[in-house]
Design a protein around this ligand. Structure first.
Ligand SMILES: O=C([O-])CC(=O)C(=O)O
Ligand SMILES: [Mg+2]
Length: 389
C-alpha cells in the first residue's frame, strides 16, 4: 500500500473558560487525513488524527516539514515488515529526518497528529479497533474491556459562581463519573478553598473523588502553601503544581505533600519524561504520569516512554493521559494504563468519545469499529471528512 495524499487543516476549539495559566479564547487544533490507496467498499481507507487540546495547531510544521517528508519517502521505506500497512514507527523516523534532538517545542504536536492518523489507518486496514490491534502487537493480547475515566472541568469562567460550579459537578455525577477534577490556582487560596468545599459538598465530602489542577502556575512557596491546605482533604490528586520542567520544585513538593501528585501533560518527549522520573521525586506507589501521546510525538514515542517507566519500576497503571480523547482511550485499554481523562463539557468537536459511549461507575467501553472510531463521533467525523472529500 502507499499514502496517496495527506490533508491538513485547523479547527477552532475555543471557549470562554480559563485555567490558572491561559484562557481558551483562541484555542485551536490541527487535524489531518492520510488517504491510502487501499479501497474498501468502493472508498479509500483514510486515517485521521488531531492534536488533543491545550497547545495550538501546528500547521506550519506539518505543511513545511512533516507532510513533505512523508510524501517524499519511497513507499517501501514506510511499509511494515510483516504487513501491508504503513508502519508508524518507520514513518516516525522519516518525519524526524534532519531534526536535531532536544528543544522539543511543538514539533512533537505535528508528529503526534500524523502518528495518530497512521495508527488509525493501520488498524482500519487490519479491520480491527485500535485497542485490539495494539494489544496484540504491543500488549498482552488481553486488552481491558473498559477504562477508568474521570470528568475534568471546574474551570474559571465569566459569571461562574459556586452554585454553577456545583451544578457542573452534579452533571458529571449524573453522567456516570465518580471522580471529578477542577481548576485551582487562578484565584486566592481562600477563594479556591471555598470552591473546593463547594465541590466536596456535591461529592458527599469524599476528597478521594476530587482532583485539583494548577496548570503549572505556582512557585515552590505557593505550591507548598496550597499543599498544606489541601492535605487534610485526602484528594484524588494535586496536579501540575509548578512549572512542568521544574523537577526540583516537584521533588520538594513530593517530600512535603503526602497525597498523590500528577504531572506530565506538558512534557513532550521521552527525554523530558525520563527527567521527570529521574529528578522529579515522583513516587511510583501513588503518583500519576499524564503525558498526552497526541501532544508528545504520538504513540511511537509513548511506547518508548512506557518502556522507560517499566525500566524504572513504574507500573503502566500509574499513567492517566491528559486530553480526554478517543486515541488515548484505546491506548489505555491496550497498554493497561490507569485510565484516561474525559471532558464531558469542553473542547468540541474534537474531544470526547463516541456519541453513544456510556460512562458507568467512572468506566467507559471502547468502539468496536475499525481504527480509533472517529466515525462514531458524528460532528467531528464531518469535520474530518471535509478535509479530503
Ligand atoms: O486546562 C487545560 O489546559 C487542560 C488541563 O490542564 C487538563 O486537562 O489537565
Ligand atoms: Mg492539567
Amino acid at each position: 500500500m502507499k499514502i496517496v495524499s495527506v490533508h491538513e487543516g485547523t479547527v477552532p476549539i475555543s471557549s470562554a473558560i480559563r485555567n490558572a495559566w491561559i484562557d481558551f479564547s483562541s484555542m485551536d487544533c490541527s487535524v489531518v487525513a492520510v488517504v491510502s490507496d487501499v479501497v474498501r467498499e468502493g472508498r479509500p481507507v483514510v486515517g485521521y488524527g488531531f492534536n488533543s487540546n491545550g497547545r495550538y495547531s501546528a500547521g506550519e510544521i506539518l505543511r513545511r516539514r512533516m507532510i513533505p517528508r512523508l510524501l517524499a519517502a519511497e513507499p517501501a521505506e514506510l511499509l511494515a515488515d510483516d504487513g501491508d500497512f504503513v508502519d508508524p514507527a518507520k514513518a516516525w523516523a522519516v518525519m524526524m529526518r534532519n531534526e536535531k534532538p532536544g528543544g522539543h517545542g511543538e514539533r512533537s504536536v505535528a508528529v503526534g497528529v500524523l502518528d495518530m492518523a497512521l495508527f488509525d489507518l493501520a488498524a482500519k486496514i487490519a479491520g480491527e479497533p485500535l485497542y485490539r490491534w495494539l494489544s496484540r502487537r504491543h500488549g498482552d493480547g488481553q486488552p481491558d474491556e473498559s477504562v477508568f475515566v474521570y470528568a475534568a472541568g471546574g474551570y474559571y469562567a465569566p459569571g461562574k459562581g459556586l452554585r454553577e460550579l456545583q451544578d457542573e459537578m452534579k452533571g458529571f455525577l449524573d453522567l456516570g463519573y465518580r471522580v471529578v477534577k477542577m481548576k485551582i490556582g487562578g484565584a486566592s487560596l481562600a477563594e479556591d478553598l471555598e470552591r473546593i468545599e463547594a465541590v466536596l459538598e456535591v461529592l458527599g465530602g469524599d476528597g478521594s473523588r476530587l482532583a485539583v489542577d494548577v496548570n503549572g502556575r505556582f512557585d515552590l512557596r505557593t505550591a507548598l502553601e496550597y499543599g498544606a491546605a489541601l492535605e487534610p482533604y485526602g484528594l484524588f490528586w494535586y496536579e501540575e503544581a509548578g512549572d512542568p520542567l521544574d523537577y526540583a520544585l516537584n521533588a520538594t513538593l513530593a517530600e512535603h505533600y503526602p497525597g498523590p501528585l500528577a504531572t506530565g501533560e506538558n512534557l513532550f518527549s521521552l527525554q523530558d519524561a525520563r527527567n521527570l522520573i529521574r529528578y522529579g521525586g515522583l513516587r511510583p506507589d501513588r503518583d500519576y504520569v499524564q503525558v498526552d501521546p497526541a501532544l508528545s510525538y504520538g504513540l511511537v514515542e509513548y511506547l518508548r516512554i512506557q518502556r522507560m517507566l517499566a525500566g524504572h519500576g513504574w507500573s503502566s497503571r500509574r499513567c492517566v493521559p491528559h486530553g480526554g480523547h478517543q486515541f488515548s482511550l484505546h491506548l489505555a485499554a491496550a497498554l493497561k494504563l490507569g485510565g484516561n481523562e474525559s471532558y464531558p463539557g469542553e473542547f468540541q468537536p474534537t474531544g470526547g468519545f463516541a456519541d453513544d459511549a456510556v460512562v458507568r461507575d467512572s468506566r467507559v467501553g471502547l468502539t468496536e469499529i475499525p481504527g480509533i472510531g472517529f466515525e462514531a463521533k458524528a460532528a467531528f467525523h464531518r469535520v474530518l471528512r471535509e478535509l479530503h472529500d
